[in-house]
Design a protein around this ligand. Structure first.
Ligand SMILES: O=C(O)c1cccc(C(=O)CC[C@H]2O[C@@H](n3cnc4c(=O)[nH]cnc43)[C@H](O)[C@@H]2O)c1
Length: 217
């Protein structure tokens, strides 16, 4: 049992974890753990961490895709809400989300006040940060068509990743507030893995977490 920990940060992979640790620097009270890739692994591993410690906040952090016109490569996006955007059913008339199907909600609320302060602090101290919905998908978007469908499904969608919804589900189960940050490594759209700007995104993630240590109440 970890008795003195404050903020749990979940990243998908080790390179993201290391960037978060660099951003934290000498600040105390952070526990940075691996969520694995995808919402199921993230939910399971976040729940396991929350069951074994006392935290006042959970943050889903990592690189992600940015929606055109909302977040360019190298930018930071802070979630105004976390949306499990492919949770639902296909119908002959198109996608029906869980809200419409009556199975709960695809939307997870974040600690809105803290999220907004974080985005403002990044914009003031570093570069303009986007503040908007971050989508969680089990399958990363790989076509312009899907990108357009998602942008229509979630107006204002700023970024996508694969873990936020799982981290948020576990946080809700334990009654702990949640945040999500994505540092944009690629555009949401036609897949071109070779073009992902991972080092640039990891540097942005480090900067965003460093600023976060200053806005935490
Ligand atoms: O290869 C590396 O060095 C490396 C370093 C850091 C991270 C990675 C990843 O592949 C992370 C996978 C993680 O990234 C998120 N992600 C990134 N772009 C997108 C996207 O366009 N759509 C959805 N998710 C994206 C996602 O959360 C993955 O778990 C590699």
């Amino acid at each position: 049992m970890n008795d003195n920990l404050d903020v749990l940060v979940m990243t998908a992979v080790e390179a993201e974890r290391e960037a978060v640790l660099r951003g934290i620097g000498q600040a105390g009270g952070f526990d940075v753990r691996l969520a694995g890739v995808g919402p199921a692994s993230a939910a399971a591993r976040t729940a396991a961490a929350l069951a074994g410690g006392r935290y006042r906040l959970v943050v889903s952090a990592g690189i992600g895709g940015g929606f055109a016109g909302r977040a360019d490569i190298g930018a930071l996006v802070i979630a105004s809400e976390i949306v499990s955007a492919d949770l639902g059913a296909e119908t002959p008339d198109g996608f029906a989300g869980v809200d419409e199907l009556g199975f709960g909600s695809a939307r997870s609320a974040v600690d809105a006040g803290l999220a907004e302060r974080w985005a403002q602090a990044i914009s003031a101290a570093w570069r303009p940060a986007a503040f908007g919905p971050i989508l969680t998908l089990s399958t990363a978007t790989g076509t312009a068509e899907t990108a357009a469908l998602l942008a229509e499904r979630v107006p204002g969608a700023a970024a996508e990743g694969m873990e936020g919804g799982g981290v948020a589900a576990a946080a809700a189960l334990f009654g702990v507030p949640v945040l999500e940050v994505r540092a944009v490594s690629n555009a949401v759209g036609p897949r071109n893995r070779a073009a992902w700007k991972i080092p640039e995104a990891l540097r942005a993630l480090e900067a965003g977490i460093s600023i976060f240590t200053e806005v935490l109440p």
